[in-house]
Design a protein around this ligand. Sequence first.
Ligand code: HPA
Length: 272
Amino acid sequence: MTHLDIQEAVACVRAGGVEGPFDAAIVLGTGLGSLVDELTDVVSLPYADIPLFPRSGVSGHAGRLVAGTLEGKRVLLFQGRAHYYETGDAGAMRAPIALVKELGVPVLVLTNAAGSVRAHIRPGNLVAIGDHLNLSGSNPLLRDHTEQRFVSLTGAYDAPLRQTLQKAAGKAGIELPEGVYAWLSGPSFETPAEIRMVQILGGDLVGMSTVPEVILARYYGLKVAAVSVVTNLAAGIEGASPSHQETKDTAAEASEKFKRLIRGFVAELTDV
Ligand code: HPA
């Protein structure tokens, strides 16, 4: 995607009334889209109306760009994402992330529903992602021919933003352990043997998103924070056999706590 291409998307969202500056952009994962209901001064555009934007076909994902005010801060919400498993393209979220960069938004918060690989991390818990394992075999920067493709992922999950998450969690009385998120392509859930592999490799959570977005965000020089809502024990743990319905239902149940954390985090954001 060239610089010129994304300008069409920028012009389109500006024409639609999405005007910065924004303090943060937030990608809302499966079952977490109701954060948009907490915004005031809302302007919203369907992804289908924005050039280069993905068409999210997964239930639990609305496919809408929503700008507004939360805790006195200007935020840009992505209500729904496109996944690698939908398109075969790990760069499925490249246009939205490039837009964040072009609008000058300094912080990108990625959220997801995830399975827990550790029995002590239970469904309904929130986890701050501290690092990741890319076990998908793909990368959103394949076929990118710029020098920037060799992006460092050391410290990809911004340390000051992780501290801000902890501060917000502490104030809200929410437990927020940190964990390593393992990305597998999906859409089938993992086997119990694959989950044992993730445990041995040091993963704490497993999911089908977020990692390619982190890679793209670092490529564009954005600061990244990421939060998982644990929706289920991963395959085989205590006999678990995950389902998409369980993922959506548990995410919705945990969404009040999730929204309190994100509100607290946004409230704490100072100039970054
Ligand atoms: N595996 C992969 N992705 C997921 C899971 C899981 O168990 N739960 C929610 N997203």
